[in-house]
Design a protein around this ligand. Structure first.
Ligand code: SAM
Ligand code: SF4
Length: 327
């Protein structure tokens, strides 16, 4: 198997996050406007066959790990068909899914049978009324039951992503951390990023991860932990003494981790983004539809991958939402 390609700064790139839709059944306050969204027309979105072709062409360059994301990937019909197609691509070792979890109880087993390895589930509250307020949709969703469904289907490790917002859900930090005491769940607290529409949120809502960890320390001594196996990302992990799971923090705002970035992104309309933020986008869809090879475009894009993101220089609402770029 080929070694992963390196970018211009020597970082090995083996991980592709694929957004398969810009649509969602939630409207999270930090991600999407409540109404008035212009969805991409179907013809602009890569078909499953096209997505498979992209992965097949990039795998020989050292691509090994995939994450299916969105928007909300579970609302695109026949997701398990795509998982099965990607699983069959030689060289792909790991396929993960990012989801809000609403459909996990119904879909977890089918996705696992199709070859999905694991899930990250976003959940910003454990309280039904608050989940509905943050997501601005009331779908009667129980995040703990959804995580259980994923565990029972063997989609391990199950990671729960919590975007912490001061005055909105930071009073649940300990409740989330307590989940890790009895269950093999990995809860990751994410610093709010000033992107997308952000509703009424401001930089004052950001809770630095050092503060999150200090608060969790109330539950017991925190020990640095190795992350759950097959992690690809920028989280740092800790274990409360005796806990079955771990707590982690992802710190895009207070400690950037761009130096170890190993990933690129594909938007639902087939744009390759080498950095989450910035205007480095390469159109793979049109060359793909013309039958042109993608490998040279990929190599060129990596040669131009920026050294670091510019989030810290931005005002709230300054950039495209994560739902649009495949967060
Ligand atoms: N719908 C899926 C989900 O919610 O997991 C996948 C897509 S969502 C855009 C991916 C991740 O981005 C979620 O964990 C979400 O919490 C995070 N996210 C979106 N906007 C964010 C923001 N402004 N700051 C921090 N995290 C954000
Ligand atoms: Fe949808 Fe995920 Fe964005 Fe929430 S964070 S609106 S679930 S895409």
């Amino acid at each position: 198997m080929n070694a992963p390609l390196k970018d211009q700064h020597g970082r090995s790139i083996e991980y592709l996050r694929i957004s398969i839709t810009d649509r969602c059944n939630f409207r999270c306050v930090y991600c999407m406007p409540e109404a008035g969204l212009d969805w991409l027309p179907k013809a602009e979105i890569l078909s499953y066959e096209e997505l498979e072709s992209v992965v097949r062409q990039l795998a020989p360059l050292g691509l090994r790990r995939l994450r299916i994301t969105g928007g909300e990937p579970t609302i695109r019909p026949d997701l398990s068909t795509l998982i099965r197609m990607l699983r069959a691509v030689p060289g792909i070792e790991d396929i993960a899914l990012s989801t809000n979890g609403v459909k996990l109880p119904a879909m977890a087993r089918e996705l696992a049978a199709a070859g999905l390895d694991r899930v990250n589930m976003s959940t910003d509250s454990l309280r039904p009324d608050r989940i509905a307020a943050i997501a601005r949709r009331n779908l009667g969703f129980d995040p703990v039951a959804a995580a259980q469904a994923a565990l029972e289907a063997g989609l391990e490790p199950v990671k729960l992503n919590v975007v912490v917002m001061r005055g909105i859900n930071d009073d649940e930090i300990l409740d989330f951390a307590r989940l890790t005491l009895e269950q093999p769940l990995h809860v990751r607290f994410i610093e709010l990023m000033p992107v997308g529409e952000m509703a009424h949120l401001t930089n004052d809502h950001i809770v630095p991860s050092d503060e999150v960890l200090a608060r969790i320390g109330e539950l017991g001594a925190l020990h640095p932990a190795k992350g759950p196996k097959r992690g690809n990302g920028p989280a740092t992990y800790h274990r409360i003494a005796g806990a079955k799971g771990t707590v982690g923090v992802i710190t895009p705002m207070t400690h950037t981790y761009c130096g170890s970035c190993n990933r690129v992104r594909l938007t639902a309309d087939g744009r390759l983004r080498t950095c989450l933020y910035g205007d480095h986008e390469v159109n793979l869809r049109d060359p793909l539809r013309r039958g042109e090879p993608l490998a040279p475009l990929f190599v060129q894009a990596l040669a131009e991958k920026p050294l670091e993101h510019q989030l810290l220089k931005l005002q709230v609402g300054g950039l495209r939402a994560l739902s649009q770029v495949g967060g």
